[in-house]
Design a protein around this ligand. Structure first.
Ligand SMILES: NC(=O)c1ccc[n+]([C@@H]2O[C@H](COP(=O)([O-])OP(=O)(O)OC[C@H]3O[C@@H](n4cnc5c(N)ncnc54)[C@H](O)[C@@H]3O)[C@@H](O)[C@H]2O)c1
Length: 321
């Protein structure tokens, strides 16, 4: 696909994954509109798009008229979401308003203003719940462990219905734990890795909860590439795909790697009770369907990704804490 001069809308464009995607699309010559409501507690950060040639629209998808931002867009990367699992438990009404109701608002606006646009929707592995088998493929039963899983599943399904009933080209990518530059590291709201990075850079021990759980982490550049390939791959339209990473590692292995690369230290703790109730245990994806369909494969191994992340935040801590 030639991205030169193409209008592209990225919802959640000031957040972690959205901003990295915006920057790559600009590099490819696209006219990028980033829509973001800078929701409290999320990954939005003005520093994420600093100096970038991106048209930033600060607006909330729960209330703004989205026809204007959709107008003329040929691709919509739909990443805006309430992403906090504990946040969804505390306030499921906000969670469902953003992740499900506002998705229907966007679907309706896009029907009017961008009827031809390809949509790549950011979905999540979370709603598979505790895996019945590993690795988890797309046929695995859905069993959301929390309110956020329910609302994210609903949002994805509204988009897939739009594909089946109206014929809109939609691809949904069920992401696993993503990490890298522009991740929220102030606290543990985005992933455990965020607060680990902050702790080691501040010379403090980080906490590992449990430790035996397996995770397949995806470096952000590989996620960006997956989004772009999903839009470009016609055969992918109308499908849902898992996105994984390199062979899974336990949290303890990840912690050891972090210590080796940063010189930091960690302590192991029991899982806090309120988090234990919504934890899914070990997870790793079977993402062979997307690899086959789109020719995608992750390129940045864990060690390299963590090294790059530590380096990147090293000079930017003030903007991110
Ligand atoms: N990062 C991961 O590991 C991961 C894993 C699975 C799925 N995902 C999905 O990927 C997408 C992006 O996640 P992220 O990690 O970049 O999170 P993020 O919090 O950094 O980005 C989401 C962005 O959406 C914006 N937003 C939220 N509600 C909004 C609203 N009502 N109106 C306008 N903007 C709003 C936020 O301000 C934020 O900038 C989300 O849909 C998330 O569910 C991410």
């Amino acid at each position: 696909m030639d991205w030169q001069g193409r209008k592209v809308l990225v919802t959640g464009g000031a957040g972690f994954l959205g901003s990295n995607l915006c920057l790559e699309l600009v590099r490819r010559g696209a006219h990028v509109v980033a829509l973001d409501g800078f929701l409290f507690g999320g990954g939005a950060n003005p520093a994420n798009l600093e100096g970038a040639d991106v048209e930033l629209v600060r607006a909330d998808i729960r209330e703004t008229d989205m026809r204007l931002v959709c107008e003329g867009a040929s691709v919509i990367f739909n990443l805006a979401a309430q992403t906090s699992h504990m946040g969804g438990q505390r306030d499921p009404l906000v969670d469902i308003a953003v992740n499900a109701v506002a998705q229907v608002r966007l679907i309706q606006a896009a029907r009017e203003a961008a009827p031809e646009a390809i949509v790549v929707h950011a979905s999540t592995r979370q709603f598979y719940g505790t895996p019945h088998r590993l690795p988890v493929d797309e046929e695995h039963p859905v069993n959301p462990p929390d309110a956020n899983g329910v609302s994210k599943f609903a949002g994805e399904q509204y988009w897939m219905i739009e594909n089946r009933t109206v014929g809109r080209p939609v691809v949904s990518l069920r992401l696993t734990n993503c990490y890298g530059p522009r991740l929220r590291i102030r606290d543990a709201r985005q992933t455990f890795l965020g607060i680990w990075i902050r702790s080691v850079l501040e010379g403090k021990p980080f906490e590992v909860w449990g430790g035996e759980q397996l995770r397949d982490m995806t470096y952000v550049d590989d996620v960006t590439e997956a989004f772009i390939l999903a839009a470009e791959c016609k055969a992918c339209h109308g499908h849902i795909y898992n996105i994984g990473g390199f062979p899974p590692a336990s949290l303890h292995d990840l912690a050891e790697l972090m210590v080796r690369l940063s010189g930091g230290s960690y302590v192991t703790r029991e899982f806090p009770a309120e988090r234990k109730r919504i934890d899914i245990g070990s997870y790793y994806a079977d993402d062979s369907a997307f690899r086959k369909a789109a020719g995608w494969a992750p390129r940045v191994p864990l060690e390299e990704g963590i090294r790059r992340s530590l380096e990147w935040y090293g000079s930017r801590m003030a903007q991110y804490i």
